[in-house]
Design a protein around this ligand. Sequence first.
Ligand code: FES
Ligand SMILES: [Fe+2]
Length: 370
Amino acid sequence: MHASPYHGGVERIDNAQAAGPPAELIFGDWYPAARVSALRPGKMTTALLLGVPLVLGRKRDGALFAMRDLCPHRGIPLSAGWFDGESVQCKYHGWRFEPCSGQCTEIPSLTDFDLLQPTKIYASSYPCRERDGHAWVYLPAAGAGRVPAENDLPPVPETPKFSAQFRSAHLTADLPCNVDHGIIGLMDPAHGPFVHQAWWWRSKASIHEKSKHFEPIPEGFRMSAHAPSGNSAPYKLLGVYGEPITTTIDFVLPNRRYETIRCGERWFSSLTTVTPVTASTCRIDVVAAWNVFYHVPLVKQIATFFGARFVRQDQQTMVEQAQGLRFHPALMLIDDADKPAKWYFALKQARLTDSGTHPLSGPVTLHWRS
Ligand code: FES
Ligand SMILES: [Fe+2]
């Protein structure tokens, strides 16, 4: 199995065992490829991202790099070679590359009789930036030509923060299904009472009818600010500050769910991403940040413990779902609980075909029991 720079938090599973149907992938955007904690100076780390093998590292000057992990000479993984903190050298014939640009700087076999200029040769390298402890990589579409200049790239995604001081935590879990199932599982309101049953959260018996307001936003939709449901214990905890609480949940292509809870000066926010590792497997990452209970000890450990449990429940369900998906069953999307999933598929299609259409023409209210 491919070594993953994501580990800890939630159990690893062997995705290769249970590959279900593939999904079409959205290139030309930023995805989290590795944790920067795995990128130690002078060391290389490998990752698979949208089926592309990557070698990542941090140069001595602090710059992150992400190269396609294939030497342009004969295709051996560059990660098999050497990185001295400045350049990456291939193990096979010793070609040397500046890893941020991919430019070849040296071909040891050349003599004065050769006319070949090494600096005209480039290995594939991709923009790589650090946010929230992720090394985000911009993967262009195949055949899209040169990667856009820095200024033409979309902004690097980030968990919103609303004060200078905050705490944060990260959780990750491999999912054995394609990115579409990972994403619609994430936005699915109806699984909560069944998958996430717990005495401290809610039970099947607490199911009740809900109405939620949605509005279109660029490449996504927003569940508009509202008072969160009264049967959610963590929200009750937030209520001790006595000010009105509002939450907003945004879904934005290609794979991002932003949740923001605000209560006066206090806030909790998270960015959850579902990233294609291959066309038929994905990984969920949650980066949460908050200033509530800033001075209370152990809150990070407790939040991480309960968050990990939550993600593990989703993961376990998708491991079981993958058993069924191997048989390529026909599936259903129903109104209204699966409406957000329908919007996701429509938004994705609009992006892939560049049609510029949006599935929501204005605000909508959806009703479901959960
Ligand atoms: S294969 Fe990399 S230098 Fe020859
Ligand atoms: Fe869930």
